[in-house]
Design a protein around this ligand. Structure first.
Ligand SMILES: [Mg+2]
Length: 369
């Protein structure tokens, strides 16, 4: 079997509520979807959701890179994922979102060839996944509670609050949310690098009584020392997000004892292959993982869900991006239970079982290599 062509799609969907974080605003999914076709008539789908403040990529840069990567792998065996993955990574610096789209599509092909869902190819046993719901930074505590109540009405039972404001403002927001939801609901906070060390320390100390599950990326991605000092000086566990893209980042963080948890995102790792390596390092160091997302449709979310199912050490699930989409043009794949919004249902279709609808694919087709 050989790769015969790659279709590239420019995928734009508006979000119902923009999510504001300290490093930018996410108001729409501006993604790139790829379909890798083979001479055996089997194909695989993958998705990139570039976010420049984190991965340095844009939709336009991903489209250009997709053409380059497609030309690189055309004519090759799509089942040689590891060697193709190494070659694609060597062909560029960064570009992790678009690399993840190609990695996903190759896993999808492997599943379609074998007739197995990807989580089974990875040796996993289907298990229930529940995602938290992310609430961006709002302008007031009242707006935060209002949006949170809307989302909780869809059945979510865990929340991730975006923080990263100046001074001690964030601890007031988080205290108000804790009081509103009661003592039992899991609350995580994510600063997206928005605090400096003293602000992070002051806020985390003020929040120690609020039963926070963990603090995600409180300080700068490159500053592993501050992460370790926070870990030493507060009781709230610390989770790396922007600090960990790949296996060597994971190794440095656990060796420095800088974090309790590692957040795997396929858009940072460049796909499932590297996600597996990060999880293995976390497990060797007795650390748990989280899995997160950018603004993927259910194509990207399904791939992330299969990895999470296959590696139970990925305990914290934050896969809610497509929940905020104005429309959902994806056929098959993981879905949210409409009566129980936090539950992600993954079926046992071969591969990931997720594709663009024919109509939408036609409307957003950009190039074929
Ligand atoms: Mg994060």
């Amino acid at each position: 079997m050989k790769i015969s062509s790659v279709d590239i799609f420019r995928f734009n969907i508006q979000l119902k509520h923009p999510t504001r974080v300290p490093i930018g605003i996410l108001d729409a999914a501006r993604n790139v979807i790829v379909r890798i076709n083979t001479d055996a008539g089997i194909c695989g789908w993958g998705e990139a959701s570039p976010f420049a403040p984190i991965t340095g990529e844009s939709q336009d840069s991903n489209l250009a890179s997709a053409k380059m990567l497609a030309a690189l792998i055309k004519g090759r065996d799509p089942l040689a994922r590891e060697s193709l993955g190494d070659e694609m990574r060597r062909s560029t610096v960064g570009d992790t979102s678009i690399l993840s789209a190609f990695d996903m599509a190759l896993f999808d092909i492997a599943g379609n060839v074998s007739g197995l869902p990807v989580y089974e190819l990875l040796g996993g046993e289907n298990r229930p996944l529940r995602s938290d719901i992310t609430i961006g930074m709002q302008d007031s505590i009242d707006e935060t509670i209002k949006l949170l109540d809307e989302r909780l009405a869809s059945g979510f039972d865990a929340v991730k609050l975006k923080v990263g404001r100046a001074g001690l403002t964030d601890s007031d927001y988080v205290a108000a949310v804790r009081e509103h939801v009661g003592p039992a609901m899991p609350i995580k906070i994510d600063s997206n690098q928005g605090w400096d060390y003293p602000t992070a320390l002051a806020n985390l100390r003020a929040m120690e009584k609020l039963s926070i599950e963990y603090s995600e990326q409180p300080t700068l991605a490159s500053d592993h020392t501050s992460l370790r000092r926070l870990r030493d000086n507060t009781s709230i566990p610390i989770c790396a997000d922007e600090s960990v893209f790949n296996d060597s980042d994971a190794l440095k963080l656990v060796t420095a004892d800088a974090v309790d948890y590692l957040n795997i995102k396929l858009g940072k790792s460049g796909g499932i292959g590297m996600g597996i390596r990060i999880e293995a390092i976390a497990r060797a160091a007795n650390r748990k993982c989280m899995i997160g997302c950018f603004a993927e449709s259910r194509i990207g979310l399904t791939a992330a869900a299969h990895l999470a199912i296959a590696r139970p050490n990925i305990e914290f699930i934050d896969l809610d991006s497509s929940f905020g989409f104005e429309v959902d043009p994806i056929v098959g794949g993981a879905s949210f239970d409409e009566n129980d919004g936090g539950r992600i249902i993954v079926d046992d279709s071969p591969g990931f079982g997720a594709s663009l609808s024919d109509e939408f694919a036609e409307s957003c087709h950009w190039a074929t290599v």
